[in-house]
Design a protein around this ligand. Structure first.
Ligand code: SF4
Length: 306
């Protein structure tokens, strides 16, 4: 029996970010690359868009390595095993070296999911070695901070009941729409449910919105009233932890933002019912400085203007 995946509309913070950044970029990511995971069946242009949408910048790459290693360490602690900072650093450095080498060799073209690819390599950008070293140093600093702030110890002393399970990709429904949102770590502390999000960049106001989305996820998943939820932004690179208030007003603000974002996305669709979109209805951004580091420049035609 064959099973065909349907491109149904869903929402996430990163989807909203792309929509705001450039409508054409958004179309490439969520419509034009649909089905591109199957090289045997996808038309070459769809496969190409799929390969490009899976690329990341060097900063995003470092961030995902940090997230992966922390997630693995926490899972290990939950199983009763322990990783030292030295072990983690050694393995993270090795991983980044291998992934860098494979990306430079273009292995992401063969298997975009298995081999992380970098936009810098795809675009043949001349990035000085010093900058690549700095990128690793930022990742290393985040891993160090994870240990120095005592997170492994905090996790180790949590009882089973106080450690809430969070899947890598999780979702809940809002107004009947699937919303992808899952905190990196969730625990009970002093009678509150604490939703943790690791950040590798500098503190930004817009991150507060994200943890409010997590609060709705938590309320739906664990039936916790908002006043008992704390959103904690842990800026590993900057060594700061910020607790974000979650109350009914903040959640109402998030819902309004979500509805506005969904309405704007749906307004671009030829047929919102079936989630049908046409490239022509998704204009290219007027902020051309954004195009400099965009992997889709060759496909949308902006690369020739660089
Ligand atoms: S190159 Fe510029 S216009 Fe083209 S998809 Fe990327 S951001 Fe949009």
């Amino acid at each position: 029996m064959s099973f065909t995946l349907k491109n149904t509309f869903s929402w996430s913070k990163s989807r909203h970010g792309k929509f705001v950044e450039c409508r054409r970029l958004y179309w490439f990511h969520y419509y034009g690359s649909w089905g591109g995971w199957d090289p045997g069946k996808a038309p070459p242009i769809v496969r190409e868009r799929y390969i490009l949408k899976n690329l990341s910048s060097r900063q995003q790459w470092a961030g995902s390595v940090v997230h992966d290693f922390i997630s693995e360490a926490l899972k290990g602690i939950r199983r009763g095993t322990w990783t030292t900072l030295d072990e983690m650093m050694t393995r993270a450095r090795h991983t980044m070296r291998c992934q860098f080498r494979d990306s430079r060799a273009g292995l992401y073209r063969r298997s975009p999911k298995r081999n992380p690819g970098l936009i810098e390599h795809e675009l043949n950008l001349d990035i000085p070695d010093e900058e690549w070293r700095r990128n690793w140093e930022n990742a290393a600093q985040c891993l160090r901070q994870f240990f120095e702030a005592g997170w492994p110890e905090r996790a180790r002393t949590l009882s089973r009941d106080d450690w809430l399970p969070v899947d890598a990709i999780d979702s809940f429904y809002l107004d009947g729409i699937k919303v992808f949102a899952a905190p990196d770590f969730a625990l009970r502390e002093d009678g509150k449910l604490v939703l943790v999000d690791w950040k590798t960049g500098q503190p930004r106001e817009e991150d507060h919105e994200q943890v409010r989305g997590y609060a709705l996820f938590a309320a739906s998943r664990w039936s916790v009233p908002p006043e008992n939820i704390v959103g904690r932004l842990v800026y590993l690179g900057a060594g700061k932890e910020i607790d974000v208030a979650v109350d009914e007003d903040a959640l109402a603000e998030f819902r309004a933002h979500f509805r506005e974002s969904v309405a704007a996305m749906n307004a671009c669709l030829r047929d919102p019912e079936s989630n049908k979109a046409h490239e022509d209805d998704f204009p290219m951004t007027e902020h051309t400085e954004r195009c400099r580091l965009c992997a889709f420049g060759r496909l949308c035609g902006r690369a020739s203007e660089r």
